[in-house]
Design a protein around this ligand. Structure first.
Ligand code: BGC
Length: 750
């Protein structure tokens, strides 16, 4: 009891302290705002790029330095390094009010050290690792003068044609929300202001991941229920975790561009969620509202954006050119400008920039942090955790006894830059370890490695096949590295066909025809389709793009020095025609329940409904059994939590980790529910032969769904609880009943 009181006192003191500090910052913000002219206020809402990297901009059109000196710029993106940020900050300090600039950058999965792409990290289901990866990236960026990263991308993505699936945590709302929180905490540290942390930015608000037909920058149409249940929760999780900023998106939502969308930004984000941070537009998205056919011209676009709640204009120059006359003519209320400026100044104070504008510009710290070798080790560990073992026929992996000769074949065997993936414009890609390097280092003394490229990533010629076949024939075993080039997934990289590009699968078939055993390492930013490989290869490792330590991590998995534990965060289809395909689809009136007798069922006549690899799937060198499922209560009242316990046993000779997954199905509701939804998971390490009791607590809000007229509600009735190793591999299940609120104990009305 005493302990409890002390903890409560500390919590109370912390809250009082924080609210006193918030109050102080608000007072300081007001004291600056009071002296600002309208022009200077608008200047704070203006963001320019120092480099032309992600969209059309013409730096010749404006004299940047003069604009900064005149207080016309609040933030810069794409300026990095202590030398440059210090110099440009110096220009801002020559302005009348000496308001410091915010330096921002897309630090998506690493800065100098490259971590696995976010989709790969999501496959680790390891929030501590993900948080550490984000924090290490933040450390490097902050040491290099950066205050703010445009990450994490928390868009749910169910369409692998969309190139930006690579930047998010995959298809699931719960997993995406947990990872969103981990990334926010990683980038920002416990609270803003540390010189080893940066402000994070939840993007792209909202529903960008549902861009029609998987085509980037496209329109989105979706029901309110889908928006609230599937696409918004990761944003809410980021907001709850204290994320400093949001970025809106290029898409429309039900006909209204997100950038000019009042419902999203004012009603939901700043209204319902009481979000105190600021919103930056996406690159040029304010101006693009005219191209959409939504705004008359740039002035009208500026009016839409500011009144809808877009606080900062990234690269449209709409605010800079149009806001003043809009305010003077009374078309835009000054209260919107003041509100936006307040939100931005608050963050500048919180970061400590008013006290020391150069606090992120320490050249000694920059040199020290960039030379920190521990970052490589972190990158290797996160990369190992991100690898998913898809197939392991007759336990071909790990290669416990080093083979005498290995043929290394494929266009990605020696690749380095491709393994960095998209959004690594400032990374040290030369020092990335290729698969070739990683394997040679691991097996060096015992094994001869023979190399043939076979074909290029997107080749139409099979000229290199012959050499590769010869090499395979004279080797004991073949390891192939196939996949996408580093610029085939990412922004503006939507693909209408996600089969393995070029002649790569043909090359695989030619090598397989030699009769040799083949292990295939697949590397890409998205799920790919590779049915021949899935059917015929003995071993398949899905490595996504793993970054700086890719080759070492893959070699550790192949040799058995690391036992793979990743699980897919996104469904892998068998065919393009199945897209969009995801595990938490809703039931139908004619569901397919068996492989035959599918006529007049919700089925394809030429293809099973099932994916090639399901959400949550991934193998380990260990094998696990699940037993003894118990729930603490089979009948619940509306406000009750209950415990679920079961036993997990490692019945193999390998120590290993298993991601155990808890799914729920609301069997009948006033709105048709998904067949299952992930509600909890845990990653558990067990020694050979060891077993452990696992407990999950299910809370009432995990049973809730969104009903447009009522908000989040639970309805009484029967639920199914499932414990599985994957969404399609349910090991244990049981039913429970949620009782009626009014008539507890009486029969339910479901
Ligand atoms: C992307 C954003 C990115 C911004 C700045 C845009 O094209 O959609 O995700 O943060 O550019 O580079």
């Amino acid at each position: 009891m005493k302990k409890y009181n002390v903890a409560l006192c500390f919590l109370l003191m912390y809250c009082l302290n924080t609210s006193a500090q918030n109050k102080r910052i608000h007072q300081r913000v007001d004291s600056v705002l009071r002296f600002m002219t309208l022009k200077e206020k608008i200047g704070q809402l203006n963001q320019y790029s120092g480099r032309d990297v992600t969209g059309p901009s013409n730096p010749q059109q404006y004299n940047l330095r003069n604009e900064i000196k005149n207080g016309m710029v609040g933030s810069m993106l794409n300026v990095k390094g202590v030398k440059d940020t210090r110099e440009i900050q110096g220009v801002a300090l020559q302005s009348r009010l000496k308001i410091p600039l915010l330096f921002s950058l897309d630090v998506i999965h690493g800065y100098k050290t490259v971590f696995p792409v976010p989709l790969a990290e999501a496959a680790s289901w390891d929030t501590a690792a993900i948080r550490l990866s984000a924090h290490t990236a933040a450390k490097e960026a902050a040491a290099s003068g950066i205050h703010w990263t445009f990450a994490p991308m928390v868009d749910i993505a169910r369409d692998a044609r969309w190139g930006r699936v690579m930047e998010g945590a995959g298809e699931d709302t719960y997993l995406g929300s947990v990872i969103a929180k981990a990334r926010v905490k990683g980038f920002q540290g416990e609270r803003l202001g540390g010189t080893d942390a940066v402000m994070a930015c939840a993007k792209h608000f909202a529903a960008y991941g549902a861009a029609l037909a998987g085509r980037d920058y496209n329109a989105v149409d979706m029901s309110e229920q889908m928006l609230q249940e599937v696409y918004l929760p990761p944003f809410k999780a980021a907001a709850d975790a204290g994320i400093a900023t949001f970025m809106n998106s290029f898409n429309t939502l039900n006909g209204i561009p997100a950038t000019g969308n009042r419902y999203l930004q004012r009603d939901i984000l700043k209204g319902d969620w009481k979000y105190p941070g600021f919103v930056v537009s996406d690159w040029g998205s304010i101006g693009e509202m005219t191209t959409w056919g939504y705004a008359d011209d740039l002035k009208d676009a500026a009016r839409h954006a500011i009144t809808a709640g877009s606080d900062m204009d990234m690269e449209s120059q709409a605010y800079k050119k149009e806001l003043e006359s809009l305010v003077v003519s009374g078309k835009v209320n000054i209260k919107w400008i003041d509100d936006a400026v307040r939100r931005i100044l608050y963050k500048k104070f919180e970061l400590g920039l008013f006290d020391d504008p150069y606090r992120f510009c320490d050249a000694t710290r920059e040199a020290k942090v960039m030379a920190d070798n521990s970052h490589q080790l972190i990158a290797r560990s996160v990369a190992e955790k991100s690898i998913v073992l898809l197939k392991n026929e007759n336990h071909i992996l790990p290669l416990q006894q080093a083979p005498k000769s290995v043929a290394l074949i494929g266009p990605l065997i020696k690749a380095k830059k491709d393994l960095a993936g998209s959004w690594t414009v400032y990374a040290d890609t030369a020092s990335i370890t290729s698969v070739y390097m990683g394997l040679r280092k691991k097996f060096s003394s015992q094994t001869t490695f023979n190399y043939a490229r076979g074909c290029g990533i997107n080749d139409t010629s099979s000229a290199g096949f012959h050499e590769a076949i010869e090499l395979a024939t004279k080797s004991d075993i073949v390891i192939m590295a196939l996949g996408e080039a580093g610029d085939m997934s990412g922004e503006a990289k939507s693909r209408s066909d996600i089969h393995l590009p070029g002649k790569q699968e043909e090359l695989f078939n030619a090598i397989k025809a030699t009769g040799k055993k083949v292990i295939v390492v697949l590397m890409a930013g998205r799920p790919m389709i590779f049915n021949d490989i899935a059917d015929k290869a003995e071993g398949i490792i899905y490595a996504f793009w793993l970054g700086s330590e890719a080759g070492n991590a893959i070699a550790n998995v192949i040799s058995g020095d690391y036992n793979p534990s990743g699980k897919l965060p996104i469904t892998f289809p068998r065919a393009m025609g199945q897209i969009p395909i995801f595990y938490n689809y809703s039931n139908t009136g004619r569901p397919v329940t068996a492989t035959s007798g599918i006529v007049y069922k919700s089925a394809y006549i030429d293809l099973p409904n099932t994916p090639r690899y399901a959400f949550g799937y991934g193998l380990s060198y260990s094998s696990f059994t699940y037993s003894d499922l118990k729930i603490s209560k089979a009948k619940l009242t509306q406000k009750e939590s209950f415990n679920v316990t079961f036993t997990l046993t490692n019945n193999s000779a390998f120590a290993g980790e298993e991601v155990v997954q808890l799914y729920l199905q609301d069997k009948k509701a006033s709105v048709v529910r998904p067949v299952k939804e992930l509600k909890a998971f845990a990653k558990i390490m067990l020694k050979p032969g060891e077993h452990q009791g696992v407990t999950f607590t299910v809370k009432p809000d995990q049973l809730a769904f969104y009903k447009p007229t009522q908000g989040w509600i639970t309805e009484p009735g029967s639920f199914k609880l499932m414990i599985g190793a994957a969404s399609n591999d349910i090991k244990l299940s049981t039913d429970f009943e949620l009782q009626d609120v009014v008539n507890q104990g009486l029969s339910s009305n479901k």
